[in-house]
Design a protein around this ligand. Structure first.
Ligand code: PRP
Length: 213
């Protein structure tokens, strides 16, 4: 019998590309949903442990649910955590899933840039810090996706975006200009739950840590 088997636990997972790998990690801990989360339209799932539930949400909402203690544990990208402003959780583990890079990118044949750059991104907090550290003044343009289009269509000079294989940049005539930071999926734990459910949560952290190596 595992240490977490008797404590009620809610685990929130980020939907999207890494979900399959996140589920595989949990499966190695003997935590698996009764239904296939990759095909079902449900949002909350029972598992083979009657006390453990899994939720699947957008990344920012994973942070919100864990921040407010509705979910005890979350698995979510560092890109999201860098944008999130709450402080109701710890980030004890790098899951080393969905490893990629946050990059500054622009056109391959870039004309001379003005002193004040226009930068398009959905990662506005990360971009703000990055340019502030470099002492560069910018005008930020907030987008929600398809950032690569902004330099192509003349909306912005540069973008701050996630690069995994680089194929989206390449397909749009863009290239990386500078590295901003490394990104991967992280384990987050609600601060109160970490105290009240410490044995169960610590055993999840330890088991995932062993898998991660
Ligand atoms: C991400 C990112 C890039 C792309 C990079 O977008 O914003 O557009 O992946 O991947 P690549 O380097 O392997 O081409 P995603 O497809 O996750 O969709 P989004 O724009 O909705 O975030």
């Amino acid at each position: 019998m595992s240490l977490y088997a008797n404590t009620p636990l809610v685990i929130a997972l980020s939907k999207g590309r890494p979900l399959k790998q996140l589920l595989e990690r949990l499966d190695q801990l003997d935590i698996s949903p009764i239904e296939d989360m990759l095909v079902s339209r449900k949002l909350v799932f029972d598992t083979h442990h009657s006390n453990i539930k899994l939720m699947v949400l957008r990344g920012l909402d994973v942070a919100t649910y864990v921040d407010h203690g509705i979910a005890d544990i979350g698995m979510v990208g560092k890109d999201v955590l860098l944008e999130y402003e709450g402080d109701g959780f710890y980030e004890p583990l790098d899951l080393k899933i969905a490893e990629c890079e946050m990059m500054e990118a622009g056109m391959v044949n870039e004309p001379a840039l003005p002193r004040r750059l226009r930068v398009a991104t959905k990662f506005t907090q990360t971009a703000k810090k990055y340019y502030a550290q470099k002492g560069i003044q910018i005008d930020m343009i907030k987008l929600t996706g398809a950032m690569e289009l902004a330099p192509v269509m003349g909306l912005a000079h540069r973008i701050i975006d996630i690069v995994e294989t680089g194929s989206t940049l390449k397909a749009n005539g863009l290239e990386t200009k500078a590295h901003v930071c490394s990104i991967s999926s992280r384990l987050i734990v609600n601060k109160v739950a970490f105290k009240t459910k410490q044995i169960a949560i610590q055993s999840v952290i330890d088991a995932l840590g062993l898998e991660t190596g």
